[in-house]
Write a protein that binds this ligand. Sequence first.
Ligand code: GLY
Length: 355
Amino acid sequence: MPVVPVCAPEAESRYDIHIGHGLLKNCAALLACCKGKKAAVVADTNTAPLYAETLMGQLREAGAAPVLVTLPAGETTKCEAQLAFLYDSFLDAKLTRADYVLALGGGVVGDITGYAACTYLRGVHFIQMPTTLLSQVDSSVGGKVAINHARGKNLLGAFYQPELVLIDCDTLKTLDARQFGAGLGEVIKYGCIADEALFDKLESLGSRENLAPELDGVIARCCEIKADYVRVDPHDHGIRMQLNFGHTLAHALENTMGYGEILHGEAVCIGMVQAARWGETLGHTPTGTAERIRSILIAYDLPHDMPEHLSPAALAATMSLDKKAEGAVIRTVQLTKIGACKAVPLTADELRALL
Ligand code: GLY
């Protein structure tokens, strides 16, 4: 079973990501830290019926006293009302700072549960059990936790590293093809920004079917790459922004089209092709890179072209509101080749001209 260590020295934390099959029904030993403690398992209406009882059984076997808290499934759950519901549930369960909170679900559950764990009593122990591909390779690792505000996504948040991440690849069997694809977009992103060999491997596998037997290793490799960024830049002040390759346009697409309309990972797919095109136009990226990315997205049955009905002016205006914008300058990420990248600041006018 692959184990990927994450060290975030500035954040004074070190934890392991365990990746394997059947982990959910066989994780009592890994949850030994919960012995003698209360453990609030936060799931959503999708994951609770599938996995909560199994996890609660493992927690009991580990000597913990579990309680289940169930959130509605979906992005709208990342709101102040559901956060208040979590605080109330933790108070009802009389959770103390010695106790544990476990997030059992995708990015939504992980983000809001992590934010609640970070702020409740100024911080309780936190464990991530991500059940979607996107949360396994990205959001459960590195400590970004947040809820949304009416004016934007993830506007209220913190850095709060989990103490343990348990990735049971079997949970992907119940994930629908579209959600799986959204995670694949982020997997391909890791190849683009940091690992040419990973990109080559995904390219030669060439389909979701061929990838299936290799998936555990690919997930582990993505977690290693993310862990490297988190080790160097836990609070996202510098190089960690490279993880945002394709995200400047992706955030604008999500914002303009509506969050239910396009999934984050799908928007990242389109954003990566466009960002590579911008890089080619500006001379940062070798010619042909955008087409190579577009081809791999087609092979994995992922979105790859800009929706035609969107106005470039509206997209450019939304991009200038990006969290990564600094004054008039928007920090984009450009590939210097497949497997390497750099930050390139662009003005809103420059971006508008590129769209
Ligand atoms: N998802 C990007 C990051 O964790 O920095």
